[in-house]
Write a protein that binds this ligand. Structure first.
Ligand SMILES: *[C@@H]1O[C@H](CO)[C@@H](O)[C@H](O)[C@H]1NC(C)=O
Ligand SMILES: *[C@@H]1O[C@H](CO)[C@@H](O)[C@H](O)[C@H]1NC(C)=O
Ligand SMILES: *[C@@H]1O[C@H](CO)[C@@H](O)[C@H](O)[C@H]1NC(C)=O
Ligand SMILES: *[C@@H]1O[C@H](CO)[C@@H](O)[C@H](O)[C@H]1NC(C)=O
Ligand SMILES: *[C@@H]1O[C@H](CO)[C@@H](O)[C@H](O)[C@H]1NC(C)=O
Ligand SMILES: *[C@@H]1O[C@H](CO)[C@@H](O)[C@H](O)[C@H]1NC(C)=O
Ligand SMILES: *[C@@H]1O[C@H](CO)[C@@H](O)[C@H](O)[C@H]1NC(C)=O
Ligand SMILES: *[C@@H]1O[C@H](CO)[C@@H](O)[C@H](O)[C@H]1NC(C)=O
Ligand SMILES: *[C@@H]1O[C@H](CO)[C@@H](O)[C@H](O)[C@H]1NC(C)=O
Ligand SMILES: *[C@@H]1O[C@H](CO)[C@@H](O)[C@H](O)[C@H]1NC(C)=O
Ligand SMILES: *[C@@H]1O[C@H](CO)[C@@H](O)[C@H](O)[C@H]1NC(C)=O
Ligand SMILES: *[C@@H]1O[C@H](CO)[C@@H](O)[C@H](O)[C@H]1NC(C)=O
Length: 812
């Protein structure tokens, strides 16, 4: 306790004060709804992550801060390059930028900005991608972005290679970290960017006689009628904001005003009462979905989406009067009314003449793939429920009296929100020409001019959409997917074509699948959680030869595959060199090691390229890495001429350490330095053991009596001897050649890339084996590699050693 702590308290209270001031400045109307922090994550080449941000209807702004270590020059971006790090976003579902090839993704060659989210563009069906940048700092308000679930995808390169399985994944990775927070308005009646815009609720009652809108209850339509709770209101030219909640699938939303009076008499055409409607967000001056001059006509929105609509009503002076006159004159009184028309539960259409079926979710009995389900109608028109159900008993049969030239039938289904990373599969088969067109829409009924996806015929479909993938398309079969389908209610409208030419039988099936086309039988379906750990999404992990989001792209041809397999497997034949050398030197341990190293590597690669697997991939991988670590290290140990006992001890220690290395993250590049370090350590320990025996034989007792100079001389001579021994010990030509081969191996390692790794990896095999061979040969005065003198290696070794030892012993 003292001055310091008082000062500290003062500082603290000052900071608190400043903080309070700051937060007051930000507005007392907002509070933090959610705040996520994403720890630093490394994205390897062709890796990706999804970030999910949930924006509730009462949110006011989203703050998105991302930091990464990429540095991209916008001008240097190559059009065709798929390896560009980028950030993509999409509403409702995770973005999937490589369904089509790169040229068709929504890549915008600019940095992401606060305005990237603005637009009348339906962001549910498209996605936007931007090059990744070092710092991203976004603050997007509820005027710019609509509430819902937003997904940000961080990609380190896209293209078919992304999902291809890779043994080598080298290249530049990048790491990112970030914070995402969402702020919301405290009260539901105050919305807008600063939560200071008053939103007017409408009061609804069956008894209202809406004078502005004629009531239409024909065909059993149910009507929800509402009007401004405040009755007639008078306003100057400031807008008045209303929210309208449309519950469920509706046919029409009608907005009108009654009892309009302008302060100018007579009501003239210099003032209009404009009404703007926008789904999900506040309409802005330039951004809205529908608009009308409702002083003249009602605003009718056909098949409105279920959810919250924002409506602003604003008198607009369209005359060119002087400023002074404008100031006080504009004043208008009106009563806002709206109504929602809905058909009976099993009917649809503006006249409620079409059939509508709510499909029931039937979970598939396959616990290994969660969230897979079929959708089937429950109706007495079908004798028994089945996954693929006939269409003809269900289609709308409109009496001839109603001269409708379109017959629609609607199917409604619910996608669970947790299943966002799945795909809807729709399949139609007929025994004759298919007589239907199919329109799909999220949140509302589809029609000829409002749909999210459609298929009419071979030439006309929403095939250009990124998330619509057509697989079969002929006269009798249609099969397509809606990829990464958004959670919520989807409507499918089947439009029967003009006179039913054929009376064939059509069968339709709708299902939710985790991976399209079961990954085309070239991969496995993986399900992972997004970065926030809340939602599961699925993707195909393809085999070595295929890629693409559904593994349908053949990246390596059959011949290429054979060539690669042969290279990768056959290059292990080079293991014969060091194995033979070891055998000739009667170094049987090394011989076993090199032989099994070659065999295990060949087996590992045979399994890896998908040719043949003797054991499970993991076991083979472990064996391959462990034996190669062991081989490298025991080459080093072999070079030191220590007793077999010490050697065995060192070997055992190294076997344990390398097994641990191989078991924990075998593919780490760091391991190479560990292994070389361990090998060098082994060699050093070997040499030390050897020389320590020599030091022991050094006449220490005499040493102490020697003069300093003598001692120096002795040590000098002794060191000289050691160096001489070392020089004699090795055949330096082989050492140099061995290091050259090692350098070659390092170069091959460095050059390995996803595309060309097979050639470099084969070279790597060859150069590693060659260098082992050369190092084995470099052990001098033993059986020479060039001219075989004597196979009696061990004998010579001991003789040489004792001889050299005897030589070194100082005269005493
Ligand atoms: C990339 O494409 C745009 C048009 O799509 C073109 O103007 C530009 O020159 C292209 N850049 C390169 C490097 O090919
Ligand atoms: C990419 O798309 C363009 C046009 O859509 C097409 O011409 C080209 O062949 C496609 N490339 C690949 C590799 O599929
Ligand atoms: C977004 O807006 C915030 C403040 O509203 C600003 O600080 C930030 O720099 C903007 N970001 C971009 C990329 O324009
Ligand atoms: C995220 O928040 C933490 C703690 O508030 C901060 O240290 C970090 O710099 C932030 N990261 C970014 C990218 O803003
Ligand atoms: C809301 O606040 C902003 C900024 O403080 C201000 O410009 C705007 O006029 C306010 N709107 C209302 C309706 O008070
Ligand atoms: C509404 O109008 C109808 C006739 O147009 C009338 O019969 C009914 O009483 C009115 N209801 C109310 C509450 O005014
Ligand atoms: C609105 O006008 C109608 C006639 O068009 C009238 O019957 C009704 O009383 C008026 N409402 C109010 C609140 O003045
Ligand atoms: C309104 O406009 C019409 C034609 O656009 C014109 O004939 C009429 O005189 C105008 N009325 C007033 C009150 O200006
Ligand atoms: C108002 O003035 C603009 C030019 O300033 C002109 O284009 C427009 O037609 C005028 N509108 C009316 C209603 O006179
Ligand atoms: C609804 O019925 C009216 C008359 O009964 C008809 O004119 C109109 O075309 C019908 N609309 C639809 C979409 O069937
Ligand atoms: C395909 O469908 C479109 C839209 O319905 C239509 O205009 C076109 O004539 C059809 N083409 C064929 C070959 O049927
Ligand atoms: C609609 O159905 C009725 C009765 O089934 C049929 O007469 C009419 O031709 C159909 N219209 C179309 C466009 O198929």
């Amino acid at each position: 306790m003292g001055k310091n702590s008082i000062l500290g308290q003062l500082c603290l209270s000052f900071l608190v004060y400043v903080y309070v001031c700051n937060s007051q400045e930000q507005g007392l109307n907002t509070y933090t709804i959610s705040s996520f922090s994403y720890a630093r994550t490394l994205l390897k080449p062709y890796d990706w992550r999804y970030i999910r941000v949930e924006l509730p209807p009462w949110f006011s702004s989203m703050n998105f801060a991302l930091e990464s270590d990429v540095n991209i020059d916008l001008n240097g971006i190559n059009n065709a390059s798929g390896s560009l790090p980028m950030i993509c976003f999409r509403e409702g579902s995770p973005p999937l930028p490589d369904v089509y090839n790169t040229s068709r993704t929504g890549l915008v060659k600019d940095y992401i900005s606060n305005n990237s989210f603005v637009g009348t563009l339906n962001l549910q069906n498209v996605e936007k991608c931007y090059p990744m940048q070092k710092n991203i700092w976004l603050r997007v308000t509820n005027e710019q972005i609509s509430p819902g679930t937003w997904y940000f995808g961080l990609f380190n390169g896209i293209g078919p290679i992304r999902t291809q399985s890779k043994m080598i994944n080298r290249g530049t990775g990048y790491s990112f970290s970030g914070n995402v927070s969402v702020e919301g308005c405290m009260t539901s009646t105050k919305l807008g960017q600063f939560c200071n815009e008053t939103v007017n609720m409408l009061s609804c009652d069956d008894s209202y006689n809406l004078t502005g809108i004629g009531l239409d209850t024909s065909m059993g339509k149910s009507v929800i009628a509402c009007r401004d709770a405040n009755g007639i209101v008078c306003r100057d030219d400031r807008p008045r904001i209303y929210v309208v909640d449309v519950m469920g699938i509706a046919e029409e939303l009608v907005i009108a005003v009654a009892n309009v009076t302008f302060n100018e008499a007579p009501p003239s055409n210099i003032t209009t009462l404009m009404c703007y409607a926008r789904y999900g967000a506040m309409p802005l001056q330039t951004i809205y979905d529908f608009s009308a001059d409702i002083s003249k006509a009602t605003l009718v929105i056909k098949f409105p989406k279920a959810g919250r609509w924002y409506i602003t009503v604003q008198p607009i002076d369209i005359s060119n009067r002087s400023e002074a006159a404008q100031g006080n004159s504009l004043r208008v009184c009106y009563l806002l009314e709206w109504q929602v028309l809905q058909c009976p539960p099993d009917k649809a259409g503006l006249n409620c003449t079409f059939e509508r079926y709510v499909l029931q979710t039937v979970l598939r009995r396959n616990p290994s793939v969660p969230f897979e389900s079929n959708y089937i109608p429950v109706t007495e028109k079908l004798p028994s429920p089945s996954v693929a159900f006939p269409l003809e008993p269900l289609v709308s049969n409109i009496s001839a009296g109603q001269n409708s030239d379109e017959n629609w039938t609607f199917f409604l289904l619910d996608i669970p929100y947790g299943a966002t990373g799945g795909n809807i599969h729709i399949r139609l088969t007929a025994d004759a020409k298919i007589n239907y067109e199919l329109y799909a829409r999220y949140g509302g009924l589809p029609s000829l001019n409002s749909w999210d996806y459609f298929y009419a015929n071979k030439t006309s479909s929403s095939n250009a959409s990124m998330f619509f993938k057509l697989y079969d398309s002929d006269e009798e079969t249609i099969s397509f997917y809606i990829l990464y389908v958004r959670g919520g209610t989807w409507s499918f409208g089947l439009r029967q074509l003009k006179p039913a030419v054929s009376t064939g039988k059509t069968v339709i099936s709708l299902s939710l699948e985790r991976c399209p086309e079961k990954c085309s039988s070239h991969g496995t379906c993986q399900s992972v959680l997004d970065t926030s750990g809340l939602v599961l999404y699925s993707y195909c992990a393809c085999d070595r030869n295929h890629g693409g989001f559904d593994c349908s792209v053949e990246l390596v041809s059959h011949r290429g595959h054979i060539k690669q397999s042969i290279f990768l497997i056959a290059s292990n034949a080079a293991a014969v060199l060091p194995a033979y050398r070891a055998l000739r030197s009667k170094a049987f341990a090394e011989w076993v090691l090199f032989t099994s190293r070659g065999i295990s590597s060949a087996l590992y690669h045979a399994c890896d390229v998908g040719t043949w697997c003797l054991m499970s991939f993991r076991v083979l991988q472990f064996l391959d890495f462990w034996l190669s670590f062991m081989a490298v290290i025991s080459t080093f140990v072999y070079l030191s001429t220590i007793s077999e006992v010490s050697k065995r001890t060192i070997h055992t220690v190294l076997a344990i350490v390398t097994a641990l290395l191989a078991e924990t993250g075998p593919t780490r590049s760091k391991n190479i330095s560990y292994v070389i370090g361990l090998g060098a350590l082994g060699l050093l320990v070997g040499l030390l053991i050897e020389f320590s025996t020599r030091i022991r034989s050094f006449p220490f007792s005499r040493e102490f009596q020697m003069s300093l100079l003598d001692r120096w001389e002795t040590i000098k001579g002794w060191t000289h001897n050691i160096i001489k021994t070392i020089i004699k010990r090795f055949r330096w030509g082989f050492i140099v050649a061995g290091f050259a081969a090692l350098a070659m191996a390092a170069i091959s390692w460095k050059m390995e890339s996803t595309e060309s790794y097979w050639i470099w990896h084969s070279l790597w095999h060859i150069s590693i084996y060659t260098s082992s061979f050369l190092f084995l040969c470099s052990k001098a005065k033993l059986a020479s590699c060039a001219n075989e003198r004597s196979p009696e290696v061990t004998y010579e070794l001991t003789r040489q050693n004792s001889f050299s030892r005897g030589e070194q012993r100082p005269e005493g």
